[in-house]
Design a protein around this ligand. Structure first.
Ligand code: GRF
Length: 189
């Protein structure tokens, strides 16, 4: 099977990237990880990627500016043969120009049941609203923040006494199940 080459972009611990990379080891998985890239050269997830023999790229936009940073990132991803980009805890907004160059080929995982709670502090906002369920969504990245087509979701019930942290822990387990499954289906379609 010809696997689709995916670039995974991270900014931190990279637990979703690890879940994506581990799932890719299955011969039936429709994608393979072409490269793990980070805007934070000290992101803990990068060390894991290197230890697991994945190609990595780290560059901070600090000092060079967003346009030069994105141009270098774009070149590196294309050089690695990436066909799709999976954002996994990547905390930087991609420019409209970058998104346009990868039209409908960038996906993201967001810790809420979109269209609810775009942006940050999703779990606290769900608790404060008195919601009975929270969850996560994998969606296509467009110019609108957390606004593109939703490809898949998983729900997690909110329990009495839940804090943003306790809820985040349970949602994260679902993220790790959902993201590889949805990404594999997305690259097949
Ligand atoms: C996850 O909750 C993800 O939904 C959000 O940022 C967090 C990243 O965690 N986009 P990790 O770096 O994948 O562990």
């Amino acid at each position: 099977m010809n696997k689709t080459r995916v670039a995974v972009l991270i900014s931190g611990r990279g637990s979703n990237m690890m879940a994506l990379a581990e799932a890719a080891l299955d011969p039936d998985c429709a994608y393979e990880v072409a490269i793990v890239a980070s805007d934070k050269p000290d992101a803990p997830g990068l060390a894991w990627a290197r230890q697991n023999h994945l190609a990595t790229f780290a560059l901070s936009p600090k000092g060079i500016g967003k346009a030069a940073y994105e141009a270098a990132l774009d070149a590196e991803l294309r050089n690695a043969g990436a066909e799709v980009i999976a954002l996994a805890g990547y905390m930087r907004l991609l420019s409209d120009e970058f998104v346009g160059r990868w039209q409908r080929r960038i996906v993201n995982i967001h810790p809420s049941l979109l269209p609810k709670y775009k942006g940050l502090d999703t779990h606290q906002r769900a608790i404060d609203a008195g919601d009975a369920v929270a969850g996560c969504s994998v969606h296509i990245v467009t110019e609108e923040l957390d606004g593109g087509e939703v490809l898949g979701q998983a729900e997690v019930s909110i329990e009495p006494g839940d804090t943003a942290e306790s809820l985040a822990t349970r949602v994260l387990i679902e993220e790790h199940r959902l993201y590889p499954k949805v990404l594999s289906a997305f690259v097949r379609r």
